[in-house]
Design a protein around this ligand. Structure first.
Ligand SMILES: [Zn+2]
Length: 202
């Protein structure tokens, strides 16, 4: 009898405690809900998309994946594509690989040490290199020795080259813009760069 009474007391205690916890939870939940700010409006876009330096290219992981295909050389009918992926714009430039018929994967790794073998089969072989910067489709307004220059990646060598040295007066640019310029701002056409500079001077 005594034990039963105690048990009943205990149950009452537990359920009271449970209700208290529940109420606490509800009020906390409500509190948290009330504190949550309303969904913020979309972040204003950055003034200009500053080109970002891509992280160093990943190790060629594909090589391991294609090892299973075997060590046969490149088939004479295979379509061999050599790609360069540019980190800043994400574009890929490709050219036909020549003089590689019969090459095995390890031959390719030796001849193209900077390239990962993305695909290697009877019909198709794809080698890909990751490169920082922009592909040849863009004109990059940037700074060299404190002056404005326009750079472009050469379609043959895939190296960034200085194509015009306009040395514009950008004294009107604020520090943030100068920083962007130093990193390089990509344009599609010269006319757009002219417009950009005109706006800067006005
Ligand atoms: Zn590009």
């Amino acid at each position: 009898m005594f034990a039963a009474q105690n048990r009943a007391k205990l149950y009452t205690l537990f359920s009271a405690f449970g209700i208290a916890l529940f109420l606490l939870g509800v009020s906390l939940g409500f509190q948290a809900g009330a504190d949550t700010p309303p969904p913020s409006p979309a972040q204003p876009p950055a003034e200009a998309a500053a080109p970002q330096t891509p992280p160093p290219s990943a190790e060629p992981v594909a090589a391991a994946r294609v090892d299973a295909i075997g060590q046969a050389g490149i088939h004479p009918q295979a379509d061999v594509v050599i790609e360069t992926a540019f980190g800043s714009c994400g574009h890929i430039c490709s050219r036909q690989g020549e003089g590689v018929v019969g090459c095995t994967q390890s031959d390719l790794n030796e001849r193209f040490p900077d390239y990962a073998i993305e695909e290697f089969n009877k019909d198709k072989v794809v080698l890909r290199q990751q490169k920082p910067g922009y592909c040849p489709a863009h004109l990059i307004l940037t700074m060299a020795e404190g002056k404005t220059v326009i750079m472009q990646t050469d379609a043959q060598t895939l190296q960034s080259e200085r194509i015009i040295d306009p040395a514009w007066d950008i004294s009107g640019a604020d520090a943030a813009l100068v920083k962007q310029l130093e990193a390089g701002i990509a344009f599609d056409e010269l006319a757009q760069i002219d417009e950009f500079i005109e706006n800067l001077e006005s």
